[in-house]
Ligand binder design. Structure first.
Ligand SMILES: NC(=O)c1ccc[n+]([C@@H]2O[C@H](COP(=O)([O-])OP(=O)(O)OC[C@H]3O[C@@H](n4cnc5c(N)ncnc54)[C@H](OP(=O)(O)O)[C@@H]3O)[C@@H](O)[C@H]2O)c1
Length: 266
């Protein structure tokens, strides 16, 4: 695309939305044309870029959205549903990082790939993409070792285990020729009995301002392998989402992966 990509952000006033806005100020690849917040949000009608009264203002929906190329969504299940409806109605591309969605919305997103270009990732960091590959390899190389996934996030996070922890679990389960549905143990309390052989356990930490930490622990007899990733600044997710949005603009309808972006952006 030779002109700037016309972009909308769904969830523009949130933590991730704010990280995107601060990067967009210096990014000539994009023109931000719409910024959506929750219905009834206190941000509605406020200038998106503080101190610039004439600039774009937060909108609490899509009815006034101008023509655009790509929507980036970091909102929540309800916000993602509305963004998806808008993209489907107008043939626009969608990049979404929203996690904690149910099976029905998951299925709608999967089938949307036949009519629009769509890219979802539970974690837009390059480091996590590599962690996922390493975990697949370790899960195969150490088949009898117990696997536990521990994640930590800030106290306002709404879903658990994190979308990234689940992606890691799915990757390891598939590498061991099983499914996460069959292998996952998401809580242990009371008389749990012995660890189930071949299970994948999850543990969740919530507190303070933790941006996002994931450790995959492979535990053998007398030794333990830990693969860990720690995000200290949420701009890494915003940078990854912008890279994905630029890559996705003008692409054919399909359900694209972050791996596709990484593979062709080198
Ligand atoms: N994939 C990744 O790399 C990644 C990284 C970080 C976070 N996430 C995920 O991204 C999502 C957002 O995280 P966050 O920390 O930025 O959340 P947050 O700070 O709570 O922000 C949520 C944003 O969504 C807006 N919103 C809520 N309901 C909406 C609706 N129905 N329609 C439109 N907008 C709506 C909120 O508007 P108001 O507050 O103005 O009402 C706010 O702007 C979560 O699912 C989180 O797990 C993913």
């Amino acid at each position: 695309m030779t002109r700037p990509v016309r972009l909308a952000i769904s969830g523009a006033s949130g933590r991730m939305g704010s990280a995107l806005l601060s990067l967009l100020g210096n990014d000539a690849r994009f023109e931000l044309v719409h910024a959506v917040v929750a219905p009834g949000s206190a941000h509605t009608g406020q200038p998106v870029f503080a101190g610039d009264a004439g600039s774009l203002r937060y909108a609490d929906g899509w009815t006034q959205a101008p023509a655009l190329d790509v929507v980036i969504d970091f909102s929540g299940p309800a916000g993602l549903t509305l963004a998806l409806d808008h993209c489907l109605a107008h043939g626009m591309a969608l990049v979404s990082g929203t996690t904690g969605i149910d099976a029905a919305l998951e299925a709608r997103l999967a089938s949307a790939g036949s009519s629009i270009a769509i890219l979802r990732a539970a974690n837009f960091s390059l480091g996590v993409a590599v962690l996922t590959r390493l975990l697949r390899e370790a899960a195969v190389a150490l088949p009898g070792w117990d696997l536990e996934i521990i994640e930590a996030h800030h106290g306002r996070k709404q879903d658990a285990p994190s979308g990234t922890a689940l992606v890691l679990g799915h990757a390891a389960a598939a590498a061991r020729h099983t499914t996460l549905e069959a292998a996952a143990v998401c809580s242990r309390v009371g008389q749990t009995g012995e660890r189930i052989e071949g299970s994948i356990g999850f543990a969740v930490v919530r507190g303070g301002d933790i941006v996002g930490e994931h450790t995959a622990m492979l535990i053998g007899q007398g030794e333990r392998l830990e693969l860990a990733h720690r995000a200290t600044d949420r701009s890494i997710f915003a940078r990854g989402a912008l890279q994905a949005a630029h890559w996705l603009a003008g692409r054919a309808p399909a359900l694209w992966q972050l791996d596709d972006v990484i593979a062709t952006s080198k």
